[in-house]
Design a protein around this ligand. Sequence first.
Ligand code: NDP
Ligand code: OXD
Length: 284
Amino acid sequence: VWPDLGDPADIDYALVWMPEPGVLANLPALKAIFNLGAGVDHLLADPSLPKVPLARTVDPDMAMRMSEYVVFHVLLHHRQHLLYAAQQRRQQWQGHPQPAASEVRVGVMGLGSLGADAARKLSLLGFATAGWSRSEKSLAGIDCFHGTDGLKPFLNRTDILVVLLPATDRTKGIIDARLLSSLAQDGVLGGPVLINAGRGALQVEADIEAALDSGTLKAASLDVFEEEPLPPSSPLWHHPNVVVTPHNAADSGALPLCRGILEQIRTFESSGILRHLVDRQRGY
Ligand code: NDP
Ligand code: OXD
């Protein structure tokens, strides 16, 4: 267990989460790298990353936890919980009209192992659910958009935007003023809501703050940030319409993840096949 690696030449496989840049380059016998998470942006940022196969985590336990986070935060905004919590603090007994889930249009950016699972569960709850991905998709009950041409129509019909994209050269900074102003302004919630559990590098926090202040954005749930931990000086900590969580939307136990990786190593040793390989060119 790092930093006590023994003889580096004895190490065939590395199981890593955000290793220090350069650590893996010092393992001369390495056959494959397993990322103990779904996102590999931090690994690909290391120019000395060995050119061995790199597999990421795709795991039902992680998908279940991420969908819990997404469903919880969609419901929190849909059921106006921030408003009722503020009223409770004032001991104010007052109901507000409650739209049906079917009147609320949720859009999930990223329809991979996590986004597709969350979209399915939201659709089961009755939300009018759509998704956006790089390549064309067909998912039962989900209105699927893709590519650059599909982005604007997808955003224009979206009241609650859920972001589950990887951070790549093409997606970094995608949640900016332009994107936020493209979200539906005519929805039953009285303004669009952003939920980002993908990566902090996807969002321009100054644009999110400005959109919240101008009313272009009604509320946000953010699990990831440009800088983590979120600095004490960030206004997001105190914004009444923002929910901050510490990048733990899909915290999985190490054990279920390691079981999956053990299975991967067995298959790789016997057949040379590895699943969930990262395409380094694409960045995810
Ligand atoms: P996947 O690789 O399975 O899916 C990624 C999705 O994003 C795919 O649908 C892909 O499209 C889409 N996508 C990628 N680039 C683009 C683009 N340029 N334009 C449109 N769509 C694009 O990833 P996962 O679902 O497993 O994970 C998603 C991300 O969630 C991770 O990369 C990580 O950053 C984040 N994460 C956050 C966690 C947390 O605790 N907050 C925990 C786990 C993950 P296509 O299907 O066409 O390839
Ligand atoms: C991941 C994460 O990518 O935890 O798995 O963010």
